[in-house]
Design a protein around this ligand. Sequence first.
Ligand code: LLP
Length: 477
Amino acid sequence: MLSIEQRTSHSGQDYLDQANLSEVKGSPNQSLLPLTATVNNCDHLEVGGCDIQTLVKQFGSPLYVLDEVTLRTACHQYREAFKTYYAGTSQVIYASKAWSCLGIVNIVASEGLGFDVVSGGELHTTVKALEMMNWSREKIAQNLYFHGNNKSQEELKIAIDIGCTIIVDNWLELEILVKLAEQNPALTIPILLRLTPGIECHTHEYIRTGHLDSKFGFDPNQLDRLFTYVSQQQSLDCRGLHAHIGSQIFERQPHEDLGSVMVEWLKKAQNYGLKCQELNIGGGLGIRYVESDDPPSIEQWVKTVSEAVMKACEANQLPYPKLIAEPGRSLVGSACITAYTIGSRKEIPDLRTYIAIDGGMSDNPRPITYQSQYCVVVANRLSAPYSETVTIAGKHCESGDILIKDIKLPLTQPGDILVVMATGAYNHSMASNYNRLPRPAAVLVNNGEANLILQRETYDDLISQDRLPQRLLSYSS
Ligand code: LLP
């Protein structure tokens, strides 16, 4: 297959051709555009059967456009792959930090996935959405895992009340849980223990969590003390172990290593009398943001982790544990695009041409935070040939607010619609109101229908939490 860089004709249409090649259409995380992306008779980009320019007219700009088919396909592929490759029971839970809102929880839950949450806010969102789907308390508890390296007492009390599994990160948390349980002797709290696996992987240092110098999880050098302590606590039901090595990972070896390391720890825990029948291997599978990214497919990743765990179990003569994976990015990342409206242009002769859009680091903080790269197309002139190299600037008062540096585009005009690909994971969830920009709306598209899942913030929303002490008004009059 020719990469876009290798082709002689360069236009946004090339991305469509790429997305429509069956080889890459298979696994959503390998596709730059959502799986339903196509070009219509007006030479416009369509996703989920909806013309992106029309969506912007209807819902405003910038706009997150989430493709239901792509999200459902990714969920389905994870579940099916575990059924195919793992001989024990398995559970896929969505790392809601990637993007948590009622609509997404609903879709993911309806595909049979559970959830990992990392804060009272994510917990609240998830439980509310599941209650709206009439899930019973038991079903919610069984499908919910609560993470975090500094959970508050208040958050822990809510989690205990819901009955979800708490993934304990540190000694203080263990002590708090034991104390809270003392107030109710009938209570046993289901927990997993999060361990730092000490496995290196190649990804941005901010999103690496598995190496020993990490703020997350228990130090594996303290396993004896940890397992002894936990085995003495009647109130704690230690169901298993957890580890996560990082995010946006393309190599398969670190996850293979993780499987075998964790099985050995599991055996050790069982030797201390802990029941420990669950192994949660975290998430981390990367997605394609630019042409040169080459992540394994969902199926390949699941096969790797499943085989590693089964092989290690056989070597250690352990029955297969319940295997849990908690992907975030590879479920939702490729399912969404962000549509912006092009505005001003600044040409600096012999240096650079800037094209500004109506959003930026507030709706996509990933470039400024991790130097992340993205691909774009002009949604309303897809087959126009690339004719210039430009830099896409956000509208924030910050020189570093550059979404993409030096990319090829056709000649654009103010009002054209620029689409940035693969913005479903950690874009809205990390969005801010910097410079008091209202956060954009998000629409769910499927089969020609578009429904709001997040309403655009208004200027009044921006001041809705502001409080003005009365005395300030009296001074000013
Ligand atoms: N489980 C745990 C314990 C995690 O910390 C994470 C991500 C995941 C699962 C899901 O990982 P994923 O499958 O999405 O790679 N804001 C960063 C990513 C931070 C990831 C944090 N933890 C970014 O925009 O790249």
